[in-house]
Design a protein around this ligand. Structure first.
Ligand code: FAD
Ligand code: DHB
Length: 403
């Protein structure tokens, strides 16, 4: 791109994850200029394997805004999940309990690929290997992103900066000391996730509670399975050779009726920590934070990606009103509007995590409480409906926006 690089834009977006890319896409549809800066290469972000469960609201947004064509073709719609414990499976039927809403299985990196292709095809600015070094001037009218690109330090002057740079990003640090408050929980366990080249042994996702620890059978396609096992917080991949992974999966997912888990070559593996974090408020001056840059949920509820998309939908609505008519009301409500969903989702993710994982210090009392919870969710229609409506995505009344 050389010297013709843009140095002034309306919205400077740090990070080309789901939050930054969806925001750029929504703004473009409303005629608002944005530049997206991403520290990694295109290849890296398109291969980064992460989440795979899209809520109905996320799917609807992508389809309605013209980036859901492949998602509609390749995404796999599910209308239930299975909770498995004591060797038995219990289906939570979303079709009956969540007003017909469901979830779609479609890898996060596929969403990212579709959004990158749409942005580049439209000739819109998206720079890879462009690392933001800091955000300055957020208390004034022209916040600036300092970044490094092609070996040189550069500046992007903006009306507004959107910090969509994930948990390890730099934009959150632009807020002055004491302006933001962080609420957090660490969990004494992590998830080891694998992709295996084998047809899924299940049609619907299985969340399994077992004395050895939690495990999850998910999928990506008719020939690729996605599986997770709870491991210790400090575990390294070397401690988990293939045989151990499969052995734990067989043990934890076992069902009395002879159901079998098929094995296949493991083509990807990562250990992801489990934590809950919320940073409040989600905005300071002309800096708006979205997605993992301001909140993290433990993966058990499959919410991280969906929450990131929900944030930027609200942000785009506020920015459109402000740029079009100078009306700042929605932007002022950005943090409060988002935090309602954020805390509902924190609650759901923490609850699912507590119910399904084996805590290293759990005593018999706590184990019996977990059983009682699982039993209740599987027996009570009201409890199952509560899980279902949160899993498919809460429909919170949102402040009206034009996007
Ligand atoms: P991100 O996707 O993290 O995007 C942020 C982007 O900013 C990245 O591309 C990053 O490279 C870029 N960036 C960072 N710093 C800079 C900088 N200084 N300058 C420029 N760019 C920068 N959720 C689930 O529901 N289920 C899962 O199984 C699951 N697995 C996960 C595994 C891992 C290892 C991680 C980290 C997360 C996982 N999540 C999962 C959570 C989910 O993927 C995230 O919630 C989601 O990616 C949030 O999107 P985002 O756009 O806010 O952040
Ligand atoms: C997947 C990830 C999750 O965190 C989850 O709760 C369910 C499924 C997945 O990667 O498919």
């Amino acid at each position: 791109m050389g010297e013709e690089l843009v140095s002034r834009t309306q919205v400077g977006i740090v990070g080309a994850g789901p939050a930054g890319l969806v925001l750029g896409h929504l703004l473009h549809r409303e005629g608002i200029d944005a530049v997206v800066l991403e520290s990694r290469s295109r290849d890296y972000v398109e291969r980064r394997v992460r989440a795979g469960v899209l809520e109905q609201g996320t799917v609807d947004l992508l389809i309605e805004t013209g980036v859901g064509e492949r998602l509609q073709r390749e995404g796999i719609v599910h209308h239930g999940i299975e909770l498995r414990f004591d060797g038995r499976g219990h289906r939570i039927p979303f079709d009956e309990l969540a007003d017909g809403r469901g979830i779609t299985i479609y890898g996060q990196q596929e969403v990212v690929k579709d959004l990158i292709a749409a942005r580049l095809d439209a000739g819109l600015p998206l720079l890879f290997e462009a690392e933001a070094l800091g955000v300055e001037g957020i208390d004034g009218d022209e916040p600036t992103i300092r970044y490094r690109y092609e070996g040189r330090e550069r500046e992007l002057r903006c009306d507004v900066v959107a910090g969509c740079d994930g948990y390890h990003g730099v934009s959150r640090e632009a807020a002055p000391a004491g302006a933001l408050t962080q609420y957090e929980r660490e969990y004494p366990f992590a998830w080891l996730g694998i992709l295996a080249e084998v047809a899924p042994s299940t049609e619907e996702l299985i969340y399994a509670y077992h004395e050895n620890g939690f495990s999850l059978h998910s999928l990506r396609s008719p020939s690729i399975s996605r599986l997770y096992v709870q491991c210790d917080a400090g575990d390294e991949l070397e401690q988990w050779p293939d045989e151990r992974i499969w052995q734990e999966l067989h043990t934890r997912l076992a069902r009395d009726d002879g159901w079998e888990l098929e094995e296949g070559p493991i083509v990807e593996r990562t250990i992801a920590p489990m934590r809950s974090i919320v940073t409040e408020p989600m905005q300071h001056g002309r800096l708006y934070l979205a997605g993992d840059a301001v909140h993290i949920v433990p993966a058990t509820g499959a919410k991280g990606l969906n929450l990131a998309v929900a944030d930027v939908r609200v942000l785009a609505g506020g920015l459109v009103d402000w740029f079009r008519s100078g009306n700042e009301r929605l932007l002022e409500l950005y943090s409060a509007t988002c935090l309602r969903r954020v805390w509902q989702t924190q609650n759901f993710s923490a609850w699912m995590t507590a119910m399904l994982h084996r805590y290293p210090d759990a005593d018999d009392y706590q184990l019996r409480l977990q059983r009682a919870q699982l039993d209740y969710v599987c027996r009570s229609r009201a409890a199952a409906a509560s899980l279902a409506e949160q899993y498919v995505g809460l429909e919170l009344a949102q402040t009206k926006s034009s996007v």
